[in-house]
Design a protein around this ligand. Structure first.
Ligand code: NAD
Length: 300
């Protein structure tokens, strides 16, 4: 048993009675084993989170590690600069964590990513397809290479990784495919032809995955974010600020308010909690659908 779990097992009964439970009638007290499960509900599970070296993916990795899940953290950056992240995630959460570098526009590297995950941890229970890129251009000028790159990273890698993970998940009777798409999987915006097409396709791919896996314990869900202030969006804010002459802060506020009635960007940590919930037993029947975190963007 990992050290942190062991410590919790030793202290939980006394702690549970001291903190709050003493006031409860005996029948309402929570058994220590249940408290342990609440503390580390994903203990024993293995997750692969693509694009988890920054932004939304990193926040998901941090939350799943906190829930006791072993992790493959992935990105395009050199492993020599990712050792610290690997070390921090594993030591702070008493889980195993491996960073894998793979360019997911290259399907050989996509295959190698899953091979490494299975060779390291023996299985993949949770696949979060999060790596994604954007290219902004009017359709008439949209470069073909940019279109292919967006489609390969946002859609084809999601298809391939899902395909590789499903048989093992089905065999074990538990699996979660969580595809981070976008509000642009539901509605469109100008100048984002490849991105909008790829994210709409991810919504469709998730539905097919859910139908094919129905009743097996494997679910597939699309998560659709509105604006989240990550490096992917920062590039768009910088371009807009350069064109408008506004400050970065003014441009950020304008960008978010144009689309989101809440006037507030979604926080990266909110995706971690949402994904943790989707991995739980309570979410076993949430499949083939979209969870939208967009401050009201798509309600309009
Ligand atoms: P980000 O740029 O911070 O993170 C993207 C991640 O994908 C990085 O870890 C990067 O290394 C990885 N990645 C990109 N291309 C890759 C490649 N070829 N090979 C390997 N890794 C690659 O962006 P983010 O905002 O955190 O985006 C995460 C996901 O959320 C994306 O799919 C994005 O489309 C989606 N999304 C973001 C927003 C937003 O406002 N930030 C809104 C809707 C959807």
């Amino acid at each position: 048993m990992p050290l942190r779990a062991l410590c919790l097992a030793l202290v939980a009964p006394a702690w549970a009675v001291r903190v709050g439970q003493a006031a409860l009638p005996h029948a309402a007290r929570v058994p220590a084993s249940a408290l342990l499960m609440q503390a580390r509900p994903l203990e024993g599970k293995v997750a692969v989170i693509t694009g988890s070296s920054s932004g939304i993916g990193l926040a998901i990795a941090e939350t799943l590690a906190g829930a006791g899940c072993d992790l493959v953290v992935h990105g395009s950056r050199d492993p020599s600069i990712m050792g610290e992240l690997e070390h921090d995630l594993s030591s702070q959460n008493d889980v195993k964590c491996k960073y894998v570098q793979a360019d997911v526009s290259d399907m050989e590297q996509v295959t190698a990513l899953i091979d490494t995950a299975v060779a390291t941890f023996g299985k993949v229970d949770i696949l979060v397809n999060n790596a994604g890129i954007q290219h902004v251009s009017p359709l008439a000028d949209f470069p073909e290479e940019a279109y292919d790159r967006v489609m390969n990273i946002n859609l084809k890698a999601t298809f391939m990784l899902t395909k590789f993970c499903l048989p093992g998940m089905q065999e074990r009777g538990y699996g979660r495919i969580i595809n981070i798409a976008s509000v642009h999987g539901k509605v469109a915006s100008v100048n984002k032809a490849a991105y909008v097409a790829s994210k709409h396709a991810v919504v469709g791919l998730t539905k097919v995955t859910a139908l094919e896996m129905a009743g097996t314990g494997v679910t597939a869900v699309t998560v659709c974010p509105g604006w989240v202030l990550t490096p992917l969006v920062q590039k768009q804010i910088d371009t807009r600020a350069a064109a408008s002459g506004r400050t970065i802060a003014e441009e950020t506020k304008a960008l978010v308010s144009e689309k989101m009635p809440s006037g507030e960007a979604v926080r990266t940590k909110d995706f971690g909690k949402m994904v943790e919930f989707l991995c739980s037993e309570a979410a076993a029947q949430i499949t083939g659908t979209e969870i939208v975190l967009d401050g009201g963007w798509t309600a309009q």
